[in-house]
Design a binder for this molecule. Structure first.
Ligand SMILES: [Zn+2]
Ligand SMILES: [Zn+2]
Length: 256
């Protein structure tokens, strides 16, 4: 089974490589059925909200204007942080709100703590639980990977090495009790969990447990490069392996 969708794509509005036009043309060329452009919208200084909202509005208008030229369904979205305040205006501007963890709370000094210090991962896990209780959240993005490693702690590690470190962290610190709490909150608050292609996470056991509680899953490439658009094969493989169906798939607006 293969779903020709990708609900997590960046453009050069944030830190992606391609323009809107390039992303749309790539997605249409690949024969995708539906995509979401979900650029980063997260910043520490909330005094900047007004100009940033104006820029976002312009970006969303450009997406909608260009989307009509292509034979695929295009949703708009943002990827924001675990605690970014999303008000009604922003909620109504986009189809999809992904929340992911891109930073640590204030006050953690990584010169004093090591990457494999359990204390750090207790804090990370708390952030995930907080994310799952935030209003205006459709999808919890890459919660089991793309951790906000401080650069000095991962010097010299390749992309693949970092994914291995992440796997080790998941196995070591992401205990069953926490996973059950994640599933309970996602189900209770109707938040989909992303099956994130670059980090190949979460794994099938977690997905099976979450699906049994009615949690839905979003498929995302998290493409920052054009060549990644539509790469959701890991999620499709999990769906197939666990015999999940469209009912288990996140779709903007609640239906499927
Ligand atoms: Zn992210
Ligand atoms: Zn992303």
């Amino acid at each position: 089974m293969f779903y020709n969708i990708d609900f997590h794509i960046h453009t050069n509005f944030s830190d992606g490589e391609g323009s809107i036009e390039e992303v749309l043309s790539r997605a249409a060329g690949l024969g995708l059925k539906a995509i979401a452009i979900t650029d980063h919208f997260e910043f520490a200084d909330l005094g900047q909200l007004e100009p940033k909202m104006a820029a976002l509005k312009k970006h969303l208008r450009a997406i909608r204007r260009q989307a009509v030229k292509y034979r695929l369904q295009v949703f708009t979205g943002i990827e924001t942080g675990y605690d970014f305040p999303v008000g009604t205006e922003l909620r109504e501007m986009v189809d999809i709100i992904i929340r992911s963890i891109h930073s640590w709370p204030q006050g953690i000094d990584f010169k004093k703590v090591q990457l494999m210090d359990p204390v750090i991962w207790e804090i990370y896990k708390e952030q995930v639980l907080k994310l799952l209780q935030m209003h205006n959240t459709d999808i919890a993005g890459h919660m089991m990977g793309y951790f906000p490693f401080p650069p000095e702690q991962i010097t010299g590690l390749s992309f693949a090495d970092k994914r291995l470190v992440e796997r080790e962290i998941r196995n070591k610190f992401f205990d069953q009790r926490w996973q059950a709490e994640v599933i309970k909150l996602a189900a209770g608050n109707n938040i989909a969990i992303e099956i994130h292609n670059p980090t190949l996470a979460p794994g099938p056991e977690f997905v099976r447990a979450a699906a049994s509680k009615g949690v839905r899953f979003s498929l995302g490439s998290d493409a920052h490069r054009l060549s990644w658009v539509g790469k959701v094969d890991y999620g499709c493989q999990i769906f197939s392996q666990l015999k999940l169906t469209e009912k288990n798939l996140f779709w903007p607006g609640g239906g499927s």
